[in-house]
Design a protein around this ligand. Structure first.
Ligand SMILES: Cc1ncc(COP(=O)(O)O)c(C=O)c1O
Length: 448
């Protein structure tokens, strides 16, 4: 539903926002809105957003009042606190309050202070960061690693840094925002292949190479997709890249550290350690910090991106504190304790998937820290998530345009600190909330 209600509510109007207005529409309605006033769309959006908030239907932009542990407290924008069982944080190995990680941060702060005070291409690359790059290179089996301020910055920066306007990008239609935005910023020649469909990627590559033997092709995918929790056949994609003289880039934000032998993620699980052209990743999931990286076999890749990936070159380097946290987390990931944490995580994941399925719910993807549960129609999904909050369950609602229309979902993110009992309780709560939401649907909103 587009901008009707905000237009009717032109400044000064006293008409009460309706429940139907809060239940319908999406952020896409407020993206393009012709007006000489750049802020008019922002006002319309703010009205819709606050209407949703007033009806308790805005489970976004909540703030943590306690650490992102298995139980936490989130404060709504209207000041209400919701305490509950937390499946909305991406601290997969539960390292964010780990004593050794906190101690490493404190030790680094005592030695270095809190700030790196410069881009990594100038004087902001603290010595510990160079050591971290070497440790990551060893972990990934790829000798050249460059750090980025965030995972998003790594995805965007690597693509925009390497792809010129006449080059091509072929990527999975569900690739993350940083990859899609980077690709579109770099070139008009962005070709999306159907999700996980290697044959479709091949057809696109064949056509591109037939028409354009002169320019580069970047083939982009993810280790574990963040909305559907599934993984591509990486060996097949790497072979395709070789055949068509393309460069394969795999974003391992969600699986590295949390899955696979020694925490090597899907690349390790698929027996491809050290064999992917370019790997990018984020530390924000299993490494308890902001930050990202790119890794590859050639020094040329690293040195080029140091100067040509704007999100690294023109942005401040990671702080000494972040570097210490990531490095200590990496040590845990590679240790016996890391193995144990991954086992705990997978047990909780399996328990949750099983319990949700037993409740008759549709669970997507494969066993990974992300457990997507189909909620369906956006109106029902918003009501269901409100009901979950009232029943003390915290999990993220994902709706159009982040996922297709009428395929809204609950994205549950599991941590190694979740127990089988947590999983049972969460599944029962999701089922109860979804059932309650059916009763709450306003008459006008009952049809899909
Ligand atoms: C595949 C993928 N890449 C990159 C990012 C961004 O990572 P960060 O939050 O570290 O910027 C995410 C975030 O969820 C992601 O899912």
């Amino acid at each position: 539903m587009p901008l009707d209600e905000p237009a009717a509510l032109a400044e000064g109007s006293s008409r009460l926002p309706t429940l139907e207005f809060a239940l319908t529409g999406s952020t896409a309605d407020y993206l393009i809105h012709a007006s000489p006033d750049l802020l008019s769309k922002a006002r319309a959006f703010e009205h819709w957003e606050s209407t949703r908030l007033a009806h308790g239907l805005l489970p976004f932009a909540r703030s943590l009042q306690t650490p992102p542990a298995a139980h936490t407290t989130l404060r709504e924008q209207d000041g209400r606190d919701v305490r509950g069982l937390n499946f909305s944080s991406q601290d997969y190995l539960a390292l964010s309050s780990h004593p050794a990680v906190v101690a490493a941060a404190q030790e680094a702060m005592a030695r270095f202070g809190v700030h790196s005070a410069g881009s990594s291409v100038l004087a902001g690359n603290v010595g510990d960061g160079v050591a971290l790059e070497q440790a990551l290179a060893d972990f990934l089996g790829l000798p050249h690693v460059l750090l980025f301020p965030t995972g998003w910055a790594a995805g965007f920066g690597v693509i925009k840094g390497l792809v010129r306007p006449d080059d091509h990008v072929v990527m999975d239609v569900l690739a993350h925002n940083c990859l899609q935005t980077g690709a579109r910023a770099a070139t008009r020649h962005v070709h999306l292949h159907r999700h996980l469909d290697v044959d479709h990627a091949r057809r696109l590559l064949t056509r591109i190479r037939r028409n354009d033997p002169h320019n580069g092709i970047m083939l982009i995918t993810e280790g574990c997709f963040s909305m559907d929790a599934d993984s591509p056949d990486l060996a097949a994609l790497q072979a395709l890249a070789q055949e068509f003289q393309a460069l394969l880039v795999v974003d391992v934000a969600h699986d590295l550290g949390a899955m696979g032998p020694n925490g090597q993620g899907q690349i390790g699980l698929q027996g491809l350690h050290g064999q992917i052209d370019v790997v990018i990743g984020a530390f924000s999931k299993s490494f308890a910090s902001n930050g990202g990286f790119v890794a590859g076999r050639s020094r040329a890749l690293k040195e080029y991106l140091r100067y040509f990936a704007a999100t690294a070159t023109f942005s401040n380097a990671l702080s000494p504190l972040q570097i210490a946290v990531i490095h200590q987390s990496l040590k845990i990931v590679r240790s016996v304790e890391g193995e144990w944490r991954r086992e705990q995580l997978m047990q909780a994941v399996q328990a949750l998937r099983q319990a949700l399925t037993q409740e008759g719910l549709t669970v997507w993807g494969q066993a990974s820290p992300i457990v997507p549960v189909l909620l369906g129609d956006e109106r029902r999904a918003r009501l269901a998530v409100r009901e979950m909050g009232q029943r003390h369950l915290l999990a993220n609602l994902v709706e159009f345009p982040a996922v297709p229309r009428h395929r809204a979902r609950l994205r549950m993110q599991v941590m190694s600190s979740h127990t089988a009992e947590d999983a049972q309780q969460a599944a029962a709560t999701v089922a109860a909330a979804l059932a309650a939401s059916a009763q709450l649907m306003p008459q006008a909103a009952q049809t899909p």
